[in-house]
Design a protein around this ligand. Structure first.
Ligand code: PLP
Ligand code: COI
Length: 357
């Protein structure tokens, strides 16, 4: 066990009065986990401190060159009032994949998990109670060097903040509308697509703003070279049910985030004895499948998005309605099973949950 110092706040904030109105990522708890990295010393001084603003030099390199990585996971309150995490080891593993891509020193995954568990335990009264709410967890790393040369930093901060949250989409489990982006690209092979880093999201903002203007929730990205193969959505991976078989883009290009929900959904579908395939999928194949009545369901998967049915997919002038704009049977079964495990309503045969108390 490592030594994680704890300084408790003297000014605790009131908890949200109406949990049905918390939204996503608006409110933050009383404490945060912090750890420093200094070259020669490594990661040091893991600690839990009152939540509050950071003091950064205006020349801090993260503000200029985007050397930053982050993660997203959740803590859930079970019906018998325990708190549990969903596959947190996977998030710290993926954080190190992102670190490696952005020249950030690797973290000790076990120490970070221990810090997270301790933080959530301290903040457990902040885990909301009503259905479909949870405590969203945001670990992130920034470089803090006061320097304007373009080099990897020598000093970093690792921080975990917590936000009691409701569903990411206003639609909840109702189908969302997505359009296929034709002008912008998010990333390319050899880029940072497989890393969870701010730059990928910055690259997506013009398209996101345009989508919202046209009343779509997010965009579906195509590959950055041929603009032909499907990659992922702004904040979730994507699945299609074609002729009864679930398919999702393979990860070999390195330009798609390896979603933990995606991986869990593949395991769940296969555990039901159904086929789930990872392969290249062209947008033309989807248009064709829709035309032939073989596109049964489309859904996104993500920590924030959970299972998000897609009711409309727009590609150029073609507006495709999917499954009568209703949640399909596979999406519904996945939603019930996944959220059942996450909120402790169903058994956890895969050992995915980690109890806090
Ligand atoms: N793709 C992107 C771009 C995301 O931001 C997310 C959300 O984290 C996902 C996919 C889904 O990943 P996960 O299931 O690990 O949350
Ligand atoms: C998540 O699902 O955890 C994400 O990180 C999506 C986010 C960009 C809101």
């Amino acid at each position: 066990m490592s030594n994680i110092a704890v300084e408790l706040t003297k000014n605790p904030k009131p908890k949200p009065a109406d949990e049905s109105k918390i939204g996503f990522g608006n409110t933050f708890t009383d404490h945060m986990f912090v750890m420093n990295y200094d070259e020669g010393q490594g990661w040091h001084d893991p600690r839990i401190v009152p939540y509050g603003p950071l003091s950064l030099d205006p020349s801090a390199m993260c503000l200029h060159y985007g050397q930053e990585v982050f993660e997203g996971l959740k803590a859930y309150r079970t019906a018998d009032d325990h708190i549990q995490l969903f596959r947190p080891q996977e998030n710290f593993k993926r954080l190190n994949v992102s670190n490696a891509r952005l020249s950030i020193p690797l973290i000790d995954e076990e120490l970070c998990l221990e810090g997270l568990k301790k933080l959530v335990e301290i903040e457990k009264d902040w885990v909301p109670h009503i259905p479909d709410t949870s405590l969203y967890i945001r670990p992130f790393i920034i470089t803090t060097d006061a320097h304007l040369g373009v080099h990897p930093g020598h000093h970093y901060l690792f921080i975990i903040i917590l936000s009691p949250s409701g569903p990411y989409y206003a639609e909840g489990l109702n189908p969302v509308k997505i359009y296929v982006e034709k002008n912008y690209v998010r990333t390319v092979k050899g880029g940072m697509g497989m890393a969870k880093t701010g730059g990928n999201y910055a690259a997506s903002l013009n398209a996101q703003a345009e989508a919202e203007k046209q009343n779509y929730s997010q965009v579906l990205w195509l590959d950055g070279v041929e603009r032909k193969y499907i990659e992922e959505v702004g904040a979730m991976n994507i699945f299609f049910v074609i002729d009864g078989e679930a398919v999702t883009p393979e990860l070999t290009s390195g330009s798609i985030l390896s979603g933990i929900t995606r991986k869990s959904v593949l395991d769940l579908i296969r555990s039901w004895g159904m086929k789930a395939t990872e392969r290249r999928i062209s947008i033309d194949e989807i248009v064709e499948a829709h035309k032939n009545g073989k596109l049964g369901e489309v859904f996104g998967t993500g920590t924030a998005a959970v299972i998000s049915p897609v009711g409309h997919l727009k590609y150029g002038d073609l507006e495709m309605e999917i499954g009568g704009n209703k949640i399909g049977p596979i999406s519904q079964r996945l939603y019930d099973e996944l959220t059942g495990i996450q909120w402790g309503r169903r058994p956890d045969p895969f050992g995915w949950t980690v109890k806090i108390d």
